[in-house]
Design a protein around this ligand. Structure first.
Ligand code: NDP
Length: 518
């Protein structure tokens, strides 16, 4: 474990005063009684198993991270971030404006020219390894903080978000001194300053996806986290201090969409990387067009998870649940359209419903929780509106018996059957725990329906026939096709989409190419 002295040192460097800290009383049961789980029907409950919040220190206010220090926004403006599970305000965060973007880009440029861009790859690797190790050492702190700020269950932050974020830094640390052998020519050069805008669904993991390859390739970064989830990126900035990363190599500008737009449009930025909605992705593509900036866009999805009649049903049910209810369905590659072969459709839907009655919804910090809070009021409204449209258009709506907590933003896992391809719930990204079930008779029909979407990010196929897996994978227009599994990620594996899901690849060797002048 990282020693407490190191953490206190880092906190002292940014002049922090703890608001919620050691010894502070936090009752997770006050807002989420044990009755919030879906297991009510069975007549017995899991005992609450809340993770302690004490490991996390949330300061009353956070500055921007520029030139290795936390500084207030030039305008002095701040905004609040809240715990979506309780609506409790957590802290205030600086709102970066254009002047702050100007400064951060200038500082990043200077760091690129004076240190990072000219440093030996083997030296850069040492910093990345250091960041990865500190992330591992402080993983529990990150897991709790991410859960509080985002609403996702602690078992997901603990077992997925944080380990994968560390794995990305480890993986790209390994590339930093091997760029000459990565297949991009004998002496691939970095681009300069990367402007990176990330969403709220995997806040730390998306920061790692963006920063690790950029830094390994020798670029410096200006990162804009999402407005509703800025805290783990700010803790990562503290990790950069602890790792003694040269000042200005990583800069974190908190703010809203306007801050992101200013980062993207800044003439000093040579590479733009964005993950988020297709709508904003289009606006960014327009802003960047004709500037010569390199661009990667990782946008929305409406993936088909295709289940054939010979699929191993138990595993397929787990894959369907993981595909759409993992992270409350706030997943760009979520398997939000279940395409199930007609001959087994009733059986699969019945088994799925049974499985959903065992999921536990409630306190994200409870280690038993499967489904946490929706990230924001705005997102809850969108899910509610699209689900209502599903009913209005004639699909049959079903949710397991489920009592939602009184405070916070919550949505019960929902399954729509009788969905046709023209329904909005079959076409639009809901980005919530809502599954649309469609059926097919033949493999050709499965492919046609799977590809009947403007998106092309991911897909799943469930069958015992290896030849059918390959046949389907060749025909489904998706950047990632999972076979007999779903939502599996690895830093060595490239990820990205076609069509309205964006372009460019993140992860693996391909992810390096996006940050090199090749
Ligand atoms: P956005 O695409 O608006 O947000 C993603 C990031 O971009 C955030 O950091 C946001 O800042 C920033 N941003 C917003 N406007 C601009 C702009 N004009 N220029 C540059 N950056 C900008 O997603 P939302 O949070 O609004 O979610 C809306 C929908 O998008 C969701 O319902 C979901 O369907 C989809 N979505 C898809 C994601 C994916 O991974 N594919 C991720 C997130 C959302 P800020 O947060 O401060 O507004």
């Amino acid at each position: 474990m990282a020693d407490d002295a190191g953490r206190r040192k880092a906190a002292a460097r940014r002049g922090a005063q703890p608001a919620h800290g050691q010894g502070a009383a936090h009752s997770s049961e006050s807002a989420h009684g044990p009755g919030t789980a879906l297991t009510l029907e069975r007549g017995w409950q899991y005992a609450p198993a809340p993770e302690s919040r004490d490991i996390v220190t949330i300061d009353p206010e956070y500055g921007l991270f520029v030139a290795g220090e936390f500084v207030p926004a030039k305008s002095g403006k701040t905004f609040a971030t809240v715990n979506p599970a309780t609506e409790e305000p957590l802290t205030k965060v600086a709102l970066a404006g254009k002047a702050d973007v100007d400064r951060a880009v200038a500082v990043a440029r200077n760091a690129y020219e004076s240190t990072w861009g000219t440093m030996q790859g083997s030296e850069r690797a040492k910093y990345l390894y250091r960041i990865a190790r500190i992330l591992q050492e402080r993983s529990r702190e990150f897991a709790v903080l991410e859960s509080i700020d985002n609403g996702k269950p602690i078992k997901e932050t603990r077992d997925v978000d944080i380990p994968l974020a560390a794995a990305h830094f480890f993986y790209y640390a390994g590339w930093a001194d091997k760029l000459d052998y990565a297949g991009f020519g004998p002496d691939p050069r970095p681009i300069g300053v990367a402007g990176q805008v990330i969403p709220w669904n995997f806040p730390l993991l998306m920061a790692a996806w963006k920063l690790a390859p950029a830094l390994a390739a020798g670029n410096t970064c200006v990162l804009k986290p999402a407005e509703t989830t800025p805290l783990s990126a700010l803790l990562l900035a503290e990790v950069c201090q602890e790792a003694e990363l040269p000042p200005g190599v990583v800069n974190v500008l908190t703010g809203a969409g306007e801050t992101g737009a200013a980062v993207v449009a800044h003439p000093g930025v040579g590479k733009v990387a964005f993950t988020g909605s297709t709508e904003v992705g289009i606006a960014i593509a327009q802003a960047v067009a004709g500037t010569g900036k390199k661009l990667t866009l990782e946008l929305g999805g409406k993936a088909a998870n295709v289940v054939f009649d010979d699929a191993p049903v138990d595993q397929a049910i787990e894959g369907i649940v993981n595909g759409i209810f993992f992270n409350q369905g706030h997943v760009c590659c979520a398997g939000s359209r279940l395409l199930v072969q007609e001959s087994v459709a009733d059986h699969v839907v019945e088994r799925l419903r049974n499985r959903l009655t065992t999921l536990r919804l409630g306190d994200p910090l409870d280690k038993n929780t499967d489904i946490g809070a929706i990230n924001s009021r705005q997102q809850l409204d969108k899910i509610t509106e699209l689900s209502a449209a599903g009913e209005a258009e004639g699909a049959q709506r079903w949710s397991p018996p489920c009592e939602l907590p009184k405070k916070g933003y919550w949505f019960a896992p929902t399954v729509f059957t009788g969905v046709s391809q023209s329904h909005r719930i079959a076409r639009e990204e809901i980005f919530g725990p809502v599954l649309s079930v469609l059926t097919f008779r033949t493999p050709d029909e499965a492919v046609t329906k799977a590809n009947n979407t403007p998106y092309g990010l991911s897909a799943g196929v469930w069958t015992e026939k290896g030849s059918r897996i390959l046949w389907m994978a060749q025909r489904m227009r998706a950047g990632v096709v999972w076979a007999n599994t779903y939502n599996r990620f690895d830093p060595a594996s490239p990820f990205g989409g076609y069509r309205e899901s964006g372009f460019g690849r993140e992860g693996g060797r391909h992810g390096l190419g996006a940050y090199l002048d090749v």
